[in-house]
Design a protein around this ligand. Structure first.
Ligand code: CAA
Length: 286
């Protein structure tokens, strides 16, 4: 296995919200990064997200402009997976779809040196199943970042059925080198984070649909009552209602009826009201 001290260049597959965030924190922590998506437009959108986020950090004095510019320079964009060939560690952050992820891991297995660890940012899917698309399941691990990646402190390390102990240690070490604190979960549906967070969001949606309170009071009640930064409806909008529905459906399939997606969640996704990213979810955005 390529160890922690040999990691200089990190490959990130997927330039969406999570992939671009991961690329950004890797670069601001001194790593060279290759960020890949399937189309040039998607890579460019990833860079736009990174530029906006770096500027927010600079405006808030969390990073100086020179360091932000240097980080930006360290990120190379590509649409060609072959450009990840000389990476020392790879994180995948593509769509939450098992077939898509297994295809990506099959391709990575062919592209990246055989001693390189392949991590997945999956939020609910089986690490073990993703790993079995490769010839190196012992080198596959879950590295589940939280959104927005540049400001959230935690990363969940998920241990697949065949993940080697040394790979688990490497995943913790690398996440810490990216400025994060970690916790570890077994490869059970939703791990720790989404097994608990998704039913919380789902129940918030049901409470709203059943007129328990206004959307504002549901969010305010949970913010003030449990000291969290966002209530369930505003958090659903922040994460994306499509992401919430996919995750809840996976939990429902794996763990049964207690995870049945709320009717209103399904309806909103059908209507294309996916939260902040489409300008409308449970709230409206500029
Ligand atoms: N990049 C850089 N900086 C950012 C940023 C980003 N993407 N988003 C927010 N910030 C900065 C802001 O610029 C601001 O900086 P200053 O304090 O210097 O002004 C600071 O963070 C706070 O932001 P805001 O003032 O805009 O708003 P806020 O105080 O409500 O914080 C938040 C925003 C960090 C998102 C906070 O509301 C929060 O922590 N919410 C909960 C998020 C959460 O639970 N995420 C996990 C979702 S679950 C998940 O990701 C797993 C999954 O699989 C679905």
């Amino acid at each position: 296995m390529r160890g922690f001290d040999s990691i200089d260049r990190i490959g990130v597959v997927g330039a969406g919200t999570m992939g671009s965030g991961i690329a950004q924190v890797a670069a601001t922590n001194g790593y060279d990064v290759v960020m890949r998506d399937v189309e040039t437009d998607l890579v460019e959108e990833g860079f736009e997200t990174i530029d906006e986020s770096l500027s927010r950090l600079v405006d808030g004095d969390a990073l100086d402009r020179e360091a932000a510019d240097a980080a930006r320079e360290r990120i190379e964009g590509t649409t060609d997976l072959a450009d990840l060939a000389d990476c020392d560690f790879v994180v995948e952050a593509v769509a939450e779809n098992m077939d898509v992820k297994r295809d990506v891991f099959g391709d990575l297995n062919e592209t990246v040196d055989e001693d390189v660890v392949l991590a997945t940012n999956t939020s609910t899917l089986s690490i073990t199943s993703i790993a079995s698309a490769t010839d190196r399941p012992e080198l596959v691990v879950g590295l589940h970042f939280m959104n927005p990646v540049p400001v959230m402190d935690g990363v969940e390390v998920v241990v697949g059925e065949r993940t080697d102990d040394e790979v688990v240690s490497l995943a913790h070490g690398l996440a810490e080198a990216l400025g994060k604190e970690t916790w570890e979960a077994d490869d059970k549906p939703g791990f720790v984070s989404n097994r608990i967070l998704m039913p919380w969001i789902n129940e918030g949606i049901r409470a709203y649909d059943e007129r328990v309170a206004t959307r504002e009071d549901i969010d305010r009640g949970m913010r003030l009552g449990t000291n969290v930064p966002m209530g369930p409806l505003e958090l659903a909008d922040h994460v994306g209602l499509d992401v919430c529905l996919d995750a809840t459906e996976t939990l429902h399939e794996e763990l049964g009826d207690r995870y049945t997606p709320a009717y209103l969640l399904r309806r909103k996704v059908e209507a294309g009201d996916l939260g902040k990213k489409t300008g409308r979810g449970f709230y409206e955005y500029e």
